[in-house]
Design a protein around this ligand. Structure first.
Ligand SMILES: Nc1ncnc2c1ncn2[C@@H]1O[C@H](COP(=O)(O)OP(=O)(O)O[C@H]2O[C@H](CO)[C@@H](O)[C@H](O)[C@H]2O)[C@@H](O)[C@H]1O
Length: 253
């Protein structure tokens, strides 16, 4: 299918119908409206223990510290990359909305709840509003071991947002840990600018991987309002990235 710019932008004309819990009237904060996709088509949620996983290994680390025996339960997960992507033509930050099962479960029941498999499977998940699990994120993903971090983020931007941004445009702005208590995995954050001319596809993720994302845009004044909210259904990386952008870039673009 040949993509034209008219087609991309005309999809943004449908109305944003959903309010994301923990965000103040998101429609006020977006310069484009939410396109209709299949994010909401989620059915038949069940829960079972992990026996084997390509994405998560749990370990019990035991050691002695200052003569005292200690242990720590640790989760090993993949390192990841993400990017604050600014579209110079449209003067917006490019973001993705997606259904995150982990956020859905944590948003639906408190972490102190009975987390037994029986108890979790007795919940009627269809009654939990799906918006509970829909997050706003800066584009990103896990690092494919055959790629550099910059190559990996370039590919994520293409797959998720449909922009073919030159590799040299990705500026590494820092690495940090997503969690220090449980997983300790590294995230590398990039900054890149794109233009409408770099838009080569609609984006949306890789449906063959079961990945469905919606591309949304936020104007710079709206970024300021967004990061000033008390609660957001977003990850720390989005907030760190936006704060970095407001501090180092917003006054210069
Ligand atoms: N836990 C899991 N269980 C089953 N399948 C999984 C999985 N994680 C990834 N996958 C599979 O791998 C594919 C690619 O994943 P991504 O590279 O998009 O990582 P994701 O953004 O989900 O999380 C990564 O990148 C984001 C940044 O975008 C980080 O915040 C986050 O910590 C990091 O895991 C997914 O579509 C899915 O098929």
């Amino acid at each position: 299918m040949e993509y034209t710019r008219t087609r991309f932008w005309s999809r943004t004309l449908t109305h944003w119908k959903h309010q994301i819990p923990g965000q103040l009237q998101p429609s006020r904060y977006f310069s484009t409206k939410r396109p209709k996709t299949v994010l909401e088509d989620i059915k038949g949620m069940t829960v079972e223990p992990i026996r084997e996983s390509d994405y998560l290994k749990t370990l019990k680390l035991q050691f002695t510290q200052n003569g005292r025996k200690r242990y720590r339960d640790v989760a090993r997960v993949h390192a990841s990359i993400m990017v604050v992507l600014y579209n110079r033509t449209r003067k917006v930050i490019v973001l993705v909305r997606q259904f995150r099962p982990a956020v859905f479960v944590c948003g639906a029941i408190p972490s102190t709840a009975d987390n037994s498999i029986e108890s979790l499977n007795s919940i009627d998940w269809s009654k939990v509003p799906l918006e509970t699990g829909i997050t706003l994120e800066i584009p990103g993903g896990i690092i494919d071991e055959n790629m550099t971090a910059a190559e990996a983020i370039k590919q994520e931007v293409l797959e998720e947002c449909g922009y073919d941004v030159p590799l040299s445009s990705f500026e590494n702005i820092g690495e940090f840990r997503t969690s220090t208590g449980v997983s300790g995995d590294a995230q590398t954050m990039f900054y890149a600018e794109c233009t409408d001319d770099m838009k080569v596809s609609e984006g949306g993720g890789k449906p063959t991987n079961g990945e469905f994302v919606e591309v949304v845009e936020m104007s710079v004044p709206d970024v300021r309002k967004f990061i000033n909210q008390k609660v957001v259904n977003a990850n720390c990386a989005l907030l760190i990235g936006m704060q970095w952008f407001m501090y180092f870039k917003a006054g210069k673009i």
